[in-house]
Design a protein. Structure first.
Length: 518
């Protein structure tokens, strides 16, 4: 089954030019549009400082009286308004089948408006897999004779929450290991020490719990670094020389935040993509570094072989009948399994390197979340440029491709209207409060959960009418239940679930533990 919803744009864009650029305009988009620039790194640096300042104001007694304003953007007022969202019901189709996916896209295209008799291209947001399937459906119809048949009214584009889940999963792959269970300060150690029992290495199955542990750890590392810098023994200690003027306190807060960020700030290097995109050099292999026609060759099974990996039998003085039945290695160094990965330096401070990694990744996740909560389109697009390096090095091909498509559309490869919508109408705000925007695909997860809970009442007897009826209830069921309880049953049953446990004592203990470990 497939579900979707429509959200009205809160930032106006229909007045903008809708002319599509020609091929030459797209060809002239510079490669810098897809990669982080020095200006992007500078903005990211200011984001990190702002995030650390917020943490210190919330967690340290010395800075509790400082009031911080959120980072500003041109549409703060519009994106603080409550979103008008309309669930579009549930379609009983299997999106893994291309014919069903075509039917699904055709259904949504019926809702696309017309202007002067032409389809007004409408963005369909989704995760990487959904975008890929919509794109496959459009490709299957590409030879149709008219725009309706080609499904031109729908433009698939990537969203933010699943991208963030990929990041968090990669963080845990790097920093969360059972082998570090006894190492103070590691994520696995903290999971056991502070009873984060629901956290596992599979982040997609425990996203909220994994995110809570990562934020808890990052904030503690940041506060510990600040306490060390200020000479404090605990986060609730007062400063020895407390500034009397607010400006002096704000200056000290900024100075402390810069120190913390300076420990770990390490923006990605885009040279890996540039080098890969450059013209491939002339093929060089073997000891002779030459290409010999009709020469028999053998491959060294060490994938990181630095001597050429493929070798002419003549060059290594080896006869064909002497080749081993199993793996062959060109040298004892390649044959040594332990030599395949570089040994860590005995002089390297691994605890400090781990601390830097926690701060870099944890603060990075926080600033990306803050950009979404504020609806700051410029920062969100900048984060996509930063993430292109991560997707390339992490072999997240699907998100690399759709990130490229998004940056193409916002950088001159789409009409002015589409580019503006993709930048400033990427979020929804269910509550109508400042700083409470959500990723559109995360809101979709909430609707999916509501439908699944609702359809359980059918007891497995699912018909077309059942699907339609429960699909119509999505977004309305809880409100109707509350109205019934209040006005008919005259009772209140909307008691909030128990909130998260108070981890203030745990936070203080962790900061003190990190300070003991220096």
């Amino acid at each position: 089954m497939v579900q979707a919803y429509a959200a009205r744009d809160r930032v106006a864009s229909m007045h903008l030019d809708d002319t599509r650029p020609d091929a030459n305009a797209i060809l002239n988009i510079p490669v810098q549009n897809y990669l982080p620039s020095p200006e992007d790194h500078q903005l990211l640096y200011h984001e990190y400082i702002n995030e650390v300042q917020k943490i210190l104001c919330a967690k340290m007694e010395a800075f509790k009286d400082v009031n911080l304003e959120p980072m500003q953007h041109p549409y703060m007022q519009e994106l603080s308004q409550k979103s008008h969202m309309v669930p579009l019901g549930v379609i009983d189709k299997d999106e893994t089948k291309i014919t069903n996916m075509i039917d699904i896209v055709e259904t949504y295209q019926q809702l696309v408006p017309l202007r002067d008799g032409k389809l007004v291209t409408t963005i369909l947001y989704g995760d990487g897999l959904s975008c890929e399937r919509v794109n496959d459906a459009k490709c299957a119809r590409i030879s149709s004779a008219n725009p309706m048949g080609r499904l031109d009214g729908i433009e698939p584009q990537i969203q933010e929450w699943h991208r963030r889940a990929i990041h968090l999963n990669d963080i845990y792959s790097s920093l969360f290991s059972g082998k570090s269970a006894r190492d103070k300060g590691t994520l696995f150690y903290l999971k056991s020490r502070f009873r984060h029992r629901n956290v596992s290495a599979n982040v997609m199955h425990c996203f909220n719990y994994a995110n809570e542990l990562m934020r808890f750890t990052t904030e503690a590392y940041a506060v510990a670094a600040a306490c060390s810098f200020l000479g404090l023994n605990a986060p609730d200690d007062c400063l020895p020389n407390q500034p009397s003027e607010p400006l002096e306190l704000e200056h000290l807060l900024l100075k402390t935040a810069k120190h913390v960020v300076g420990i770990a700030f390490c923006p990605p290097d885009a040279s890996c993509i540039i080098n890969a995109a450059a013209e491939e050099p002339e093929l060089k292999y073997c000891l002779c570094q030459e290409e010999l026609e009709d020469a028999q060759m053998v491959k060294c099974e060490n994938k990181k072989c630095r001597r050429g990996q493929w070798f002419h039998l003549k060059c290594i003085d080896l006869a064909e009948e002497d080749l081993p039945d199993g793996d062959w290695f060109c040298s004892q160094q390649c044959n040594n399994k332990k030599m395949k990965t570089a040994k860590p330096s005995a002089t390297e401070d691994h605890k400090f390197q781990y601390s830097k990694a926690v701060l870099w990744y944890g603060l990075g996740d926080s600033v990306r979340t803050d950009a979404v909560r504020q609806g700051d389109g410029n920062r969100i697009i900048m984060h996509w440029r930063q993430d292109m390096v991560h997707f390339f090095e992490g072999h997240h091909t699907k998100y690399f491709v759709f990130g490229h498509r998004l940056l193409t559309s916002t950088g001159g490869g789409a009409s002015e209207r589409i580019a503006h919508q993709l930048t400033w109408n990427r979020t929804v705000n269910p509550s109508g409060l400042p700083g409470r925007n959500l990723e559109m695909d995360l809101q979709m997860e909430f609707y999916n959960k509501a439908y699944k809970e609702s359809i359980k009442s059918a007891g497995g007897h699912i018909t077309d009418n059942t699907v339609r009826r429960h699909g119509d209830m999505v977004g309305l069921g809880r409100s109707m239940q509350l109205l019934f309880d209040l006005q008919v049953a005259e009772r209140r049953t909307d008691k909030r679930k128990h909130g998260q446990a108070d981890r203030s004592p745990d936070f203080k203990d962790l900061v003190e533990l990190l300070l003991e470990e220096e």
